[in-house]
Design a binder for this molecule. Structure first.
Ligand SMILES: NC(=O)c1ccc[n+]([C@@H]2O[C@H](COP(=O)([O-])OP(=O)(O)OC[C@H]3O[C@@H](n4cnc5c(N)ncnc54)[C@H](O)[C@@H]3O)[C@@H](O)[C@H]2O)c1
Ligand SMILES: O=C(O)[C@H]1O[C@H](OP(=O)(O)OP(=O)(O)OC[C@H]2O[C@@H](n3ccc(=O)[nH]c3=O)[C@H](O)[C@@H]2O)[C@H](O)[C@@H](O)[C@@H]1O
Length: 389
């Protein structure tokens, strides 16, 4: 239930009610952000998306206490004349819309570039021309590879943070060659960041850029063959969850040696709410939002998810819980990878005083509990059907 007491920002000033135009509100992050805003604040949300399956519980029934504070608009921002009007009606626009699953970057590079750069152009333009604040979702992938990844494998400098810490106002963006079309997404995100930044510098656009570092939790992507295409390839949490639910080995791309830091979605949206409600501290900044304490290799993630799932489901792990696959086999031609993603937290600590709280084990426990509760029965049904030859 949203509190009716006056809420104050980090500087003790009362927070006025906002109307927020949230583009991509129907997605993984958007659905959690809508929940938090409706449950904890008095703000209003214009939720724009092509789909609303993940926010249906927030839209129905009409008797919900926040019913008057969220409106869903089924809009594809690629070509919808209603977009500018909705941005003009709002105090703040949050743009989450993107194609953001790596399986698409090297197989649908044009769609990926259009989605992450071209389609975002009118959003930036309308915000700038109408003097509206913009929070734009980029990605930690704009850092690409670490400087250390170019050192000899046994170089001690690889342990030096100067060679792997990713810092918003200092680290370069290092991508593979053009043939490695995996980087179509990161490069599109980098260019839209530069455009937003330039609109701020030249035309006074009030902006905040968010670089999420592998946010994971319930409602991320889909389970192939249940609530997504059977041949779909979601991000790693859903891929591994799907394998666990089907009691199949988890596939480790190129041996699962890449490293990631994972942050619980519930911690991460706390950071976003701080950005929303502290414009004087957030405007003009790019923020890493991640959990540097939760670093694992993909192989370690697979082992941890296998152990957590055995606890959650009560089913023993497979004898052979993982299998190595080549990136070419799994993703196709043009794949490449980030070797390591550790966020420097200096700026977000200084500006917003935010730090993540949830350990990787705990976030996997709550997420796999959700996955098992939501999908176990459906998977059994799908697996009992005769496979079409
Ligand atoms: N989840 C993460 O860990 C993560 C990490 C880095 C960056 N991001 C970025 O955060 C944003 C949200 O990511 P997510 O994980 O919620 O992804 P998601 O795919 O779950 O959500 C994206 C939403 O945008 C909508 N959308 C896409 N194109 C649209 C269009 N043309 N018009 C209207 N709606 C459109 C989709 O329908 C979807 O609901 C993306 O910009 C993504 O690049 C996410
Ligand atoms: O979440 C983020 O911060 C960013 O990371 C993701 O990129 P990535 O982390 O590479 O995406 P995943 O699909 O989650 O893959 C993570 C790692 O697991 C590996 N993987 C994935 C799936 C699988 O079944 N097996 C496997 O080994 C991948 O090769 C990769 O090394 C996506 O690009 C975006 O959501 C976002 O920009």
């Amino acid at each position: 239930m949203a509190s009716s007491t006056v809420r104050v920002d980090l500087d003790g000033k009362p927070i006025n009610q906002l109307t927020i135009c949230m583009i991509g509100a129907g997605g993984f992050i958007g659905s959690h952000l809508c929940e938090k805003i409706l449950n904890e604040t008095q703000h209003k949300i214009l939720a724009l998306d092509v789909y609303n399956d993940k926010i249906k519980h927030l839209l129905e029934p009409d008797s919900l206490s926040w019913a008057g504070r969220i409106q869903f608009h089924r809009i594809n921002i690629k070509h919808d004349s209603r977009l500018e009007g909705l941005i003009k009606m709002s105090d703040l626009t949050i743009n989450l819309a993107a194609i953001c699953t790596p399986a698409d970057y090297n197989t649908r590079p044009l769609d990926t570039i259009y989605s992450n750069f071209v389609d975002a152009l009118p959003v930036v333009k309308y915000c700038s021309e109408n003097g509206k604040r913009l929070i734009h979702f980029s990605t930690c992938e704009v850092y690409g590879k670490t400087i250390g990844s170019f050192l000899p494998k046994d170089s001690p400098l690889r342990q030096d943070p100067a060679y792997y810490m990713l810092k918003e106002d200092a680290s370069p963006c290092i991508f593979g060659s053009i043939e490695k079309q995996r980087w179509s997404y990161a490069c599109a995100k980098q260019l839209i960041e530069r455009l937003v930044y330039a609109e701020g510098a030249e035309n006074g656009l009030e902006f905040t850029i968010v670089r999420p570092f592998n946010w994971i939790g319930p409602r991320m992507d889909f389970i192939p063959g249940v609530d997504g295409p059977s041949e779909g390839v979601p991000r790693v949490l859903a891929c591994f969850s799907n394998a666990l639910l089907r009691r199949e080995p988890l596939k480790l791309v190129d041996g699962g040696e890449s490293q990631r830091t994972f942050v619980y979605i519930k911690d991460a949206i706390e950071a976003v709410l701080l950005m929303i409600e502290n414009p004087s501290r957030a405007n003009g900044h790019i923020f890493n939002v991640g959990n540097p304490n939760n670093e694992v290799t993909v192989r370690q993630l697979a082992e941890m998810m296998t152990a957590v799932y055995a606890n959650v489901s009560g089913e023993p792990a497979l004898e052979k819980p993982t299998v190595d696959v080549s990136s070419k086999e799994f993703y196709g031609e043009g794949y490449d990878d980030s070797d390591k993603r550790i966020p420097d937290m200096t700026i977000i600590n200084r500006q917003l005083g935010w730090n993540p709280k949830t350990s990787l084990w705990d976030l996997l426990d709550s997420t796999l509990t959700y996955q098992h509760k939501t999908y176990a029965e459906a998977i059994k049904k799908v697996m009992s059907q005769p496979t079409t030859s």
